[in-house]
Every structure is written in structure tokens, then in C-alpha cells.
Design a protein around this ligand. Sequence first.
Ligand code: FAD
Length: 341
Amino acid sequence: MTILKDVSLKLYSTMRLGGTADSLVEVKTKDELNKAVTWAEERQLPVRMIGIGSNIIWRDEGFKGLVIVNRIKGLEKITENTSSATYKIGAGENWDLIVDQFVGLNLQGVECLSLIPGTVGATPVQNVGAYGQEIAGTFVSLEAYDRMAKDFVVLEKDQCSFGYRTSRFKTVDNGRFLICFVTLKLHRAAPKPPFYESLDKYFKEHKITKPTLIDIRSAVIDIRSKKLPDPAKVANNGSFFANPIIGQDHYKIIKKKFKDVVAWEAKDNYKISAAWLVEQAGFKGKKDTETGMSSWKDQALVFVNEKAQSTADLIKYQQKVTDAVYNLFQINLEREPELLP
Ligand SMILES: Cc1cc2nc3c(=O)[nH]c(=O)nc-3n(C[C@H](O)[C@H](O)[C@H](O)COP(=O)(O)OP(=O)(O)OC[C@H]3O[C@@H](n4cnc5c(N)ncnc54)[C@H](O)[C@@H]3O)c2cc1C
């Protein structure tokens, strides 16, 4: 385990922006994690654990502490019966490779989460979700180093406060738990309709009447690859804003003016497509010469760093988009990727 000094954080965010970390270390075991945390605590330095940085943006000031990159690996079957199987997975595993393995084993529950970039350990943080599935649906528990208790702890699902793209790890306990292992329970049941709208459309177009898990994974990969840029090639953080929830009265006002508004009923409220809002504000495919940022041509919600010089440029572009959306709809968009520190 080597603690590196003055490391550019551009390499640790798929947006490729940000300053320098005073110290950075990659950990492969719980023991290494313990040593890294002790090293930082002895020097009273802040600590931040990350995966591959696909949902974070580093500030230009950098990080005056220790960044811990989680590389803890492993996939272990814990229990199994005729209807389900439970696995404990290292937080540093690549999420999509794990999804691929479960689909290959004909285990259901995460197939719609195919091709989401990042590590297993980050999935509970924002309760990753796509195409009608979210990690909370299969999540059993996690093992983490609790920086408050200064010990390893196990948290069960009902202790994680999962919500739409959120959890206690993203809100009240942000940065407190350094996740080492995640346990998921997958099912042996065949996939059943109703499927998420865009998947349903895909199956109809491709004349797939009884989609298997492999069909679902292939469909998700196909749909995603057509509209989302690959962060390994194009600097981006995926969806830049979460879909906002608005009240019925507000929705009616918008619907009256914009008949084609894309929205879904959400309990007594409406969830509006943030992509639709950004598109209406005229930003789909926009290239902003002032900041060097752009909005992806096939998905308005994805901000792309084309030539931005700094995170300040990105924030300036974000402000342009949120102001335009607010002026048109009186809706405040909330950023999905986290600005650190
Ligand atoms: C093209 C693209 C598409 C995307 N699509 C989706 C999507 O469909 N649905 C969705 O939900 N997200 C999506 N995302 C966002 C992102 O992929 C997920 O949030 C992913 O889980 C982040 O994983 P990561 O390893 O990159 O985490 P990072 O970005 O490194 O970290 C994210 C947060 O989790 C914390 N964290 C990471 N690992 C740990 C750990 N082991 N212990 C404690 N805290 C940790 C970090 O401190 C930070 O707060 C997309 C991103 C991109 C670039």
C-alpha cells in the first residue's frame, strides 16, 4: 500500500476536472483500509473513499486530505435455495461485470442496471437505479468502516434510508461509512411484464415476446449505448440532474402550456423528466464556447466536458442551464453528481 502525494484528481472523476489531492491511496483489503484511515487520523486529515469517480466532480481547490480508492475485490456465494441466491461482493468490483455474472447465472434483480459505470461499493450511496430497478430492490446489507464508531459495522437494508437516487450515505451520513462489501439477494424467477416503457417498446420493435434476463441486459445495453456517451472516451458524469418532483397544481400549469410534457405520476405528485426540461430550455446538443462545456446531442441531461479549463467553468454552465429551466418552468433542478469536497 503506497500513499501517493499531490495527485491530480482529474484522473479520479469521469468529468476530468478538479485540483490535486494532497494524498491518495488504493486499498485492496479491510486491513489496508484500516491502516489508511489510521494514517489519516494520526495526521487529523479528512478522508474520502471513492470508486472510479463516475458520480463525482472535484472542486478546483482539490482535496487537502487522503482520498481512498476502493479496490476491494471478491464475489462469494453466501446462501442459495431453489428460489434465490445471496452473494457478498467486494466494494471495488466493477458493477457491470457483476451484473453480467448474475445474468449469466440466470439470477434476476439487477439486469436493468446493466452498463451503469462504477463500483459495487458506490451503488448503495445514491441507490443507483435505471429502467424501473434500483439497488435497494436486491440489497440485503453492507459491511463498512464506520468513521464515527472507528470500527467495522454491518448495516441492514432498513438502516440505509434508501430513497429515489439517495440514501443516508449521500445525505446525513455522507462520508461516514467506508463501504467494503455489499450483500445482494438475487432471484431465480423468470422476468415478468410490465417492463419499463422504453424496454417494452424495444421488445415490441425487436419482436421479443418473452424476454429472458439476457434479452433485458442486451436491450438495456443497446438503448444506453445509443443515447449515453462512454465515460472512458467522452468526459461526463451521466445524468447531471435528478428528475424533479412537483405538485399537481404546478404540473397542470405546465401541461396546459406544454401538451407533450414528459412526466410520471409519483404518489400525489408528478416526477418530470429533467432531460425534457433541459431540452425545452434549448440546451440539447448545445456547445457553450464560453465554458468549454456542452450538452450531449442524444441526451440533453448529460453534460460533456469538451474543453473546460476548470470546475468553475462547469459550475458556470450548470448555472446557465438551471437559470434557463427556472425561467421557463419555475423548477429548480438539483445536481445528481456530487461536488467534492
Ligand atoms: C455515462 C453514465 C451513466 C450513468 N448512469 C446512471 C444510471 O443509470 N443510474 C444511476 O443511478 N447512476 C448512473 N450514473 C452515475 C454513476 O455511475 C453511479 O452513481 C455509480 O454508482 C458511481 O460509482 P463510482 O464507483 O464511480 O462512484 P464515485 O463516483 O467514485 O463515488 C460516488 C459517491 O459514492 C461514494 N463512494 C464510492 N465508493 C464508496 C465506498 N466504497 N464506500 C463509501 N462511499 C463510496 C463517494 O465518496 C461519492 O460520494 C451514470 C454515470 C455515467 C458517467
